[in-house]
Ligand binder design. Structure first.
Ligand code: NDP
Ligand code: GDR
Length: 344
């Protein structure tokens, strides 16, 4: 039986990846942090929390000794490192914690692999945030990096350490440079889910106005469930490598907002610009969207669009779900949840 570790099982990708691996017959050791109130709502929603092959393990990525014991006690042959302080906005407020978890944390696992069993295959959750102030359009595996946040810098360190362990110690380390991927399981601090949840609340009369930051930022948004399949394929390849997973379509935040309201049957009319921009219901004129500079970042990533050609060619991976379908799926899920008082 195949035996894998998934760090960050309480997160969006960890939940979907655990589900995929269980479906493929793996024993999955899913790690979660010890907190005063552990939160398994995602794996609960996917119905896998009590799966006999899912073993939940308390673990903190910043602890090297815990990383070594995790490798020893599970005997896993594949490690998917999805755990991170993953919110870009918070990384400006907590740059050192972000470096310790998101950067050094990955090296703790790489060291544990080197010490316990160098044959273990390792997936590092790298990110399009490493491209930051983009040096080429679209971005590929060879586009130069220029991160624009403490998060992006920490991820770039972890990315290069993965490449370095591959080249220095022959460790099967793959780096997946994944562009934004969303789903109904996305955290509510991220913009797409903040939007889908707020649209549902406005539709149900539970919220008046959705406040956002930079509406001009453009992102290449895909469906998370499809992206975890790409992670798995990377670790099944003959050779370890670096791959971009993306949709090759970029859309401004503003258009995603319009799309989400449309999915709830509301057309938006936009006016103004910058901090004075607003969106109103095209039919009633009611104010629904405003800009609050509180949500601006000290440095922004303006435009991301990835070219997943290498993943298609070498892994047979390509995205299937359109952004319109994804957005509708998220709004419908949040309408259902808000109708019954769900709060995550
Ligand atoms: P989430 O924020 O939803 O999940 C992050 C996970 O990491 C949570 O389970 C969290 O646990 C865990 N974690 C945080 N700190 C620690 C720690 N010190 N020790 C152990 N676990 C910890 O992220 P996603 O699922 O969206 O993303 C998965 C990975 O992919 C992340 O590394 C992210 O940076 C990266 N990525 C994500 C992209 C996306 O668009 N979603 C794109 C590119 C990369 P807890 O619940 O306790 O907080
Ligand atoms: P991102 O995702 O920073 O790309 O990182 P996020 O959804 O937080 O922001 C996307 C863009 O939307 C703009 N924005 C807002 N963002 C948030 N969160 N809240 C707002 O109110 C708001 N208004 C506008 C942001 O400025 C930004 O330009 C995500 C994370 O999952 C990372 O872990 C991952 O590596 C990258 O995607 C790829």
């Amino acid at each position: 039986m195949k035996n894998a570790i998934v760090t960050g099982i309480t997160g969006q990708d960890g939940a979907y990846l655990a589900q995929l691996l269980l479906e493929k017959g793996y024993v999955v050791h899913g790690t979660y942090r010890r907190t005063s109130s552990v939160n398994f709502w995602r794996i609960d929603e996917l119905g896998i929390t009590s799966h006999p092959n899912l073993k939940l393990v308390e673990y903190d990525l910043t602890d090297l000794s815990a990383s070594i014991r995790l490798l020893q006690s599970t005997g896993a042959t594949e490690v998917y490192n999805l755990a991170a302080q993953s919110f870009v906005g918070v990384s400006f407020e907590q740059p050192i914690t972000t470096a310790e978890i998101t950067g050094i944390g990955a090296v703790n696992l790489l060291e544990a692999i080197r010490i316990v069993n160098p044959k273990v295959r390792f997936y590092q959750a790298s990110t399009s945030e490493m491209f930051g102030k983009v040096q080429a359009v679209p971005q590929t595996e060879t586009t130069p990096f220029y991160p624009r946040s403490p998060y992006g810098v920490a991820k770039l360190y972890a990315h290069w350490m993965t490449v370095n362990y591959r080249e220095s110690y022959d460790i099967f380390g793959c780096s997946g440079i994944l562009f934004n991927h969303e789903s109904p399981l996305r955290g509510r601090e991220f913009v797409t889910r903040k939007i889908s949840d707020s649209v549902a609340k406005i539709k149900l009369g539970k919220l008046d106005v959705l406040e956002l930051g930079n509406l001009d930022a453009k992102r290449d948004w895909g469906y998370a469930k499809e992206y975890v399949e790409g992670m798995w394929r990377m670790l099944q390849a003959d050779e370890p490598d670096t791959f971009v997973l993306a949709t090759n379509r970029t859309v401004p935040v503003r258009d995603f907002v319009s799309m989400a309201f449309k999915a709830a049957g509301i057309d938006i009319a936009w006016s103004g610009s910058g901090e004075a921009e607003e969106g109103r219901c095209a039919k009633t004129g009611k104010l629904l969207i405003g800009v609050n500079p509180r949500f601006y970042r000290p440095a922004e990533v303006d435009l991301l669009i990835g070219d997943p050609a290498k993943a298609k060619r070498e892994l047979g991976w390509e995205p299937q779900t359109t952004l319109e379908e994804l957005c509708r799926m998220m709004v419908e899920a949040d309408l259902r949840r808000n109708e019954c008082g769900f709060s995550f």
